[in-house]
Design a protein around this ligand. Structure first.
Ligand SMILES: Nc1ncnc2c1ncn2[C@@H]1O[C@H](COP(=O)(O)OP(=O)(O)OP(=O)(O)O)[C@@H](O)[C@H]1O
Length: 307
């Protein structure tokens, strides 16, 4: 297996003696998209700020292998970063902001200008190069900040919640671009809450809860390991106690719809035979739970990684 571009080895961070990141390790390989996930306060941004050396970890090691050699400090020319905190220089023209970022990374300015025009067009910001950031909407400004993070063709792009605050169309534009970058060999580490996007986009996920690893692996494998079946029933069954049915772990209800989460060992055929005659079934779907359900299960403490 090829050497990863980024290795995070046993990093920990405490604030005022309370650990917020607890000995976590993961790596990012060439051209892959790794999603770092977890509920609010899980430690995602702390981990990312540790990698970027903005707030260095107390323990552990961050190793970059971005141009084959060992780096002292951050390999800034090969690294792109979209911080969770949004904001760019007010009163400065968009093109000047983008060229400034390219200059910081020692990237040739003529090439940066070409790329800036191409990206502005791609992100529906054609003709905005002379506007100032305060003249743009929040989503538009986020697009500019995203462009700034990749203007210099980084080998590793770290995106802290790139989709937050974007409308579905802009989310799609970001998703497409991230996919394309990875296809062309860029490695991407992103944190996100939008499980549907993560499921579509990421090759692997690293899920943390209270600063500790709970799930790490390929999305497909994670789903196989954790995604038990769930049965969705559309019908008027408010009066029935569905949680007492054999093989049912828990039930969620909303008007006219019940979702039965099944125990790990229960097969759909066996479960279907246990359904009572009196059940009102207008529709019935059986499917594996989604990444969203796995995430919610972890946040509620119901799913743990038994290693
Ligand atoms: N500068 C700081 N000083 C003290 N505590 C901090 C600091 N930064 C983060 N924390 C704490 O560390 C924990 C993890 O925060 P972090 O921002 O890493 O979480 P997150 O997973 O990125 O959450 P979110 O999804 O809400 O952005 C939280 O309990 C937070 O209060």
């Amino acid at each position: 297996m090829q050497q990863p571009l980024l290795e995070v080895v046993n990093i920990s961070k405490s604030y005022k003696n309370s650990p917020v990141v607890n000995s976590i390790s993961f790596d990012v390989h060439k051209g892959e998209i790794l999603g770092i996930l977890g509920p609010n306060g899980a430690g995602k941004s702390t981990t990312i700020r540790g990698i970027m050396n903005i707030i260095p970890p107390d323990d552990g090691e961050i190793r970059f292998h971005l141009d084959g050699g060992k780096h002292e400090g951050l390999p800034k020319a090969q690294l792109g970063y979209l911080p969770e905190e949004r904001g760019l220089y007010k009163g400065v023209r968009i093109m000047d902001i983008l060229l400034y970022f390219a200059k910081l990374k020692d990237y040739p300015l003529s090439k940066a200008k070409e790329r800036a025009f191409a990206y502005l067009e791609k992100f529906d910001l054609k003709g905005k190069e002379n506007s100032k950031i305060e003249e743009l909407s929040k989503g538009m400004a986020q697009k500019v900040q995203f462009i700034a993070s990749l203007i210099h063709e980084p080998k590793l792009l770290i995106l802290d919640e790139p989709f937050s605050g974007l409308d579905p169309v802009s989310q799609d534009i970001f998703k497409q671009e991230i996919n394309e970058l990875a296809k062309n060999g860029t490695s991407i580490l992103l944190s996100a809450h939008q499980m549907n996007l993560v499921e579509e986009l990421c090759d692997r996920i690293f899920m943390i809860h209270q600063g500790r690893e709970v799930v790490y692996g390929r999305v497909h494998d994670v789903k196989q390991q954790f995604a038990d079946f769930k049965c969705e029933i559309i019908g008027e069954n408010e009066h029935m106690d569905l949680s007492s049915l054999q093989g049912v772990k828990r039930v969620t209800k909303e008007s006219g719809k019940q979702v039965l989460f099944l125990e790990k060992e229960v097969s759909p055929q066996v479960f279907l035979r246990t359904l009572p005659e009196s059940l009102d079934i207008k529709e019935l779907h059986i499917d594996r739970i989604s990444l969203h359900d796995i995430f919610v299960g972890i946040a509620r403490g119901g799913i743990t990684n038994e290693k």
